[in-house]
Design a protein around this ligand. Structure first.
Ligand code: APR
Ligand code: PHB
Length: 387
């Protein structure tokens, strides 16, 4: 087997890259270890920056997003029972859209399977070979037989637990990691959201977030201990704690619950030889800034444009700059996600820490410059900007 770009992983990064390449007339094969149903059902975040929404429309995969996505123009910051509204669209001219990541994945998988390009689910034993050479290969097992895929380039889009990152020798790869001493307990419930806009709440028990997926489904989160036992949280306990931290919430049957660790992680460079890393394979942000999915999509956008130059005219300038360019936005998102996390969580720092948090929240409420800075990071700096 051979192709121009071997893509490992069918999450948002790999699928978006595949679709962008297809539109440029560049051939690719996507290899995914899980089955189609698993990747389409896996519950993840759900905030799309305007950049991501615009790209879905450009690629003609935005029809369902247009119908079912919930456009938002601001966020609420809540502290000691008071809520302050940050009018993002008024401050930036841009908006965000709530649409579950698994819905994005469904739309991208459907588009991929409509064309002739290949997407193989349930592959195993994926290994990279000769990424330093001009003809890297990916070996894998599919339908019980061994295969080898020869490529011009390999895109490692296989998420945080994938194998591509480890194909880069530790001598050239720098890994920076910070693990927060708390986690998020997240639920999906059949309950109409009691708020129009998202609520990010500071509470002495810890952070809470009121989000949604549709007019009938709420998505809510609570800051809990890093080693929290999910079994210790009955439905009653979850609702009581949400009500305490967020004010009035509408309750209903909980049909999904899970605990997400909170970490910041960045590798550099994102390239070695003919291997390029995209998305969670290369970086993780804590979910407080809602940036993970959008960063994965941004990497795919940059890599696709660089590969297009390379195949169209032999110009490798953007390919060589990929790691540097993508990491600029990754670091902006790391800083913003860290800022939002520090602003709103109980970090265990007592009264001094709370004093700083109160001052930052008041600054956002009183200074238009502070509010605009938060808003422009939250909605996402324009794709064409230098970040
Ligand atoms: N071979 C092939 N596929 C693999 C392998 C492997 N060895 N290892 C992992 N995968 C697959 C996973 O099963 C998954 O479907 O790679 C895919 C990676 O997808 P994601 O984890 O969704 O990562 P990415 O596409 O970078 O999207 C990032 O996901 O975690 C969220 O908040 C994050 O929204 C962000 C998004
Ligand atoms: C979500 O709806 O899942 C969500 C919203 C905002 C965040 C994180 C997650 O910051």
């Amino acid at each position: 087997m051979e192709t121009q770009i071997g893509i490992v992983g069918a999450g948002p990064a790999g699928l978006m890259l595949g679709l962008l390449l297809e539109r440029h007339g560049i051939d690719s094969v996507i290899l995914e270890t899980r089955d189609r149903q698993y990747v389409e059902q896996r519950v993840r975040a759900g905030v799309l920056e305007q950049n991501t929404v615009d790209l879905m429309h450009e690629l003609e995969v935005g029809d369902r997003l247009e119908r079912e996505g919930l456009e938002h123009h601001g966020i609420n910051l809540r502290h000691l029972g008071e809520t302050h509204y940050v009018p993002m669209t008024e401050l930036t001219g841009r908006s965000i859209t709530v649409y579950g990541q698994q819905e994005v994945v469904k739309d991208l998988v459907a588009a991929r399977l409509k064309g002739r390009a290949s997407l193989l689910f349930e592959v195993s034993d994926v290994a990279l070979h000769d990424i330093d050479s001009g003809r890297p290969r990916i070996s894998f097992v599919h339908d019980g037989s061994e295969h080898e895929l020869a490529c011009d380039f390999v895109a490692g889009c296989d998420g945080f637990h994938g194998i591509c990152r480890s194909a880069i020798s530790p001598e050239v790869l720098t890994e920076l990691e910070y693990t927060y001493p708390f986690a998020w307990l997240g639920i999906l419930a059949e309950a109409a959201p009691a708020t129009e806009e998202l609520i990010y709440a500071w509470h002495e028990h810890g952070f809470a977030l009121y989000s949604m997926r549709s007019p009938q489904v709420s998505r809510l989160y609570l800051q809990v201990a890093a080693d929290e036992d999910l079994a210790a949280w009955s439905e009653d306990r979850i609702w009581n704690e949400l009500e305490l931290r967020l004010g009035h919430v509408n309750t209903g049957p909980i049909f999904e619950k899970g605990i997400t660790p909170m970490r910041s992680f960045v590798v550099s460079p994102l390239q070695h030889g003919r291997l390029f890393l995209c998305g969670d394979a290369a970086h993780i942000v804590p979910p407080t800034g809602a940036k993970g999915l959008n960063l994965a999509v941004n990497d795919a956008r940059l890599l696709a444009a660089a590969l297009h130059d390379r195949f169209e005219s032999g110009d490798e300038a953007r390919l060589e700059a990929y790691s540097r360019t993508a990491l600029r936005r990754v670091w902006r998102a790391q800083d913003f996600s860290n800022y939002m996390t520090q602003l709103l969580h109980n970090l265990g720092g007592g009264a001094f820490e709370h004093g700083l948090q109160v001052s930052r929240l008041e600054y956002i409420a009183r200074s238009e410059s502070a509010a605009r800075s938060l808003a422009e990071n939250y909605v996402g700096l324009p794709a064409a900007s230098d970040f």
